[in-house]
Design a protein around this ligand. Structure first.
Ligand code: PLP
Length: 470
């Protein structure tokens, strides 16, 4: 399997060549040159496989430069009961006939990003050892991504993580989750500023190509193909649990921000998994809902980006969206380059022609949005009728699933975080604190490791350089 860029760079690259990279050299995103097709016979054979083995089977279709035995061992070390809480790894729980919640948030940081990031940690360590190289991962976080990256990379040979976060602005629980990690290769840097300051520093450091090369700066952001690929697996696992035969269709409702999660659903559907529709759920930051309704993709300015009670979906643009548009336009890289390289940069967006917009439906896409009041109502209703607590992001997904679902359509709602991560909203909705997994009781009292720095690029560079010694 070879990988190509959505903007036309067709230099054939193998999986491990793009594993440690971000964007393609032409600014596009990597995609496989084709989607391997999975037929009904294969689905029948895969039904009942343990999650780790299913992951190995799917990953093998896309990865041919890691020996099979090594890849299988990596999957088996990653998707364990110890890390994800159950043998099913992503158990489905029924809400009502034809409507389920797929639990993706029982990994170490209690959000679905662990599903991909835990595998990425193993893959990075494996590939760096094979090359005899090291990598310094630099990132900015306001919550879920940073902690998932740190828990994935902790103790991994050849990798250090430098994670910037806005000083004093994350929830006490999120701060405790990150800052209490004792591992020497994890560096928390609290920046005296807001999240945008953190992101600007990451950009400035990454744009200094001399520094970047000298200190082997890398990232684990959501455009990484390996992350997306790891997420494809739980669409298969969810479909198997919701069906008994290979011709049954199931739709998925997906709380969406950067379009990474639902893009994995798109890939699974392109592979032939019988997915009916992909219901894209946004919050008040409705870039994606607007696109699917109107065919216009309009990136928001910082001032137009709302702070909501489903904060991990507070995005101004959807960084994985270009992958879907590439497929929607019949993989016409010249057109993608014009839309994303020219129009987006110049006009802040673009409008598709009516025919292309109409084709979104044939790829299964439908969308909806929700508000803070909707989230509270959905959390309350789900608690009162089913005794189930859900987090605000999952509530966005469930609200849109209910609204868009047609009679008899089976729908799996992806649970993207546990309620305990967003307890203030749960308290607002239900008047009570959500339960906390035993292992995380009292983490706020653990000793913390964190450097506080001014919002200054050279201070961050100096700190990285001081730790990047061999
Ligand atoms: C990251 C995140 C999302 C959004 O996922 P995308 O892949 O960016 O669409 C939704 N919910 C939670 C809890 C998240 O952490």
């Amino acid at each position: 399997m070879r990988y190509v860029s959505t903007r036309g760079d067709a230099t054939p690259r193998r999986f491990c060549e793009i594993l440690l990279e971000g964007l393609a050299p032409d600014g596009g995103l990597y995609l496989p040159e084709r989607y391997p097709r999975v037929d009904a016979g294969t689905l029948t054979r895969w039904r009942g496989l343990p999650y780790a083995e299913l992951a190995f089977q799917i990953l093998s279709l896309y990865i041919d430069d890691i020996p099979a035995a090594d890849l299988r061992a990596l999957c088996q070390r990653t998707y364990t009961r110890e890390r994800f809480g159950t043998d099913a790894i992503v158990p489905l729980r029924p809400l009502e006939p034809g409507l389920w919640i797929e639990a993706l948030s029982n990994g170490p940081t209690l959000a679905f990003k662990d599903m991909a990031m835990q595998l990425l940690g193993g893959l990075f360590e494996y590939e760096l050892a094979r090359r005899g190289e090291r990598l310094n991962i630099l990132g900015a976080t306001s919550g879920d991504t940073g902690s998932a990256a740190e828990y994935a990379m902790r103790g991994k040979a050849g990798v250090q993580v430098f994670m910037l976060s806005p000083h004093g602005r994350m929830s006490p629980f999120q701060q405790a989750q990150m800052y209490s990690l004792p591992d020497a290769n994890i560096h928390n840097i609290a920046i005296e500023g807001v999240f945008d300051d953190c992101q600007d520093i990451v950009k400035a450091v990454s744009n200094d190509l001399v520094f970047k090369r000298a200190h082997r700066i890398g990232s684990v952001n959501s455009i990484n193909w390996a992350r997306l690929l790891a997420q494809v697996v739980y669409y298969f696992a969810g479909w198997f649990q919701a069906t008994t035969a290979s011709d049954e269709r199931v739709s998925f409702a997906v709380p969406s921000g950067n379009f990474g999660n639902v893009c994995a659903g798109h890939v699974a559907r392109m592979m032939g998994l019988p997915i009916g529709r992909l219901l894209v759920a946004t919050n008040e930051n409705d870039v994606l809902d607007e696109f699917f309704r109107t065919g216009c993709y309009r990136v928001r300015a910082a001032a137009e980006t709302h702070e909501t009670s489903s904060p991990s979906m507070d995005i101004s643009k959807a960084s994985n969206f270009e992958r879907f548009v590439f497929d929607l336009l019949g993989r016409d890289a010249a057109r993608v380059r014009k839309l994303f390289g020219t129009h987006l940069a110049r006009d802040g967006g673009f409008a598709l022609d009516a025919a292309a917009h109409k084709r979104c439906a044939s790829f299964g896409f439908v969308s909806g949005r929700s508000t803070h009041a909707d989230r509270l109502a959905t959390i309350r209703d789900t608690w009162q009728r089913f005794g189930a607590m859900i987090d605000p992001h999952t509530a966005d997904g469930l609200k849109v699933a209910r609204e868009r679902r047609v009679a008899g359509e089976p729908v799996v709602v992806l649970e993207t975080a546990l309620p305990v991560k967003f307890s203030s909203t749960l308290v607002e909705a239900l008047g009570q604190e959500p339960p906390r997994p035993e292992a995380l009781v009292g983490i706020e009292d653990l000793p913390r490791r964190c450097d506080v720095l001014p919002a200054d690029v050279s201070a961050v560079k100096a700190l990285i350089a001081a730790h990047d010694t061999r």
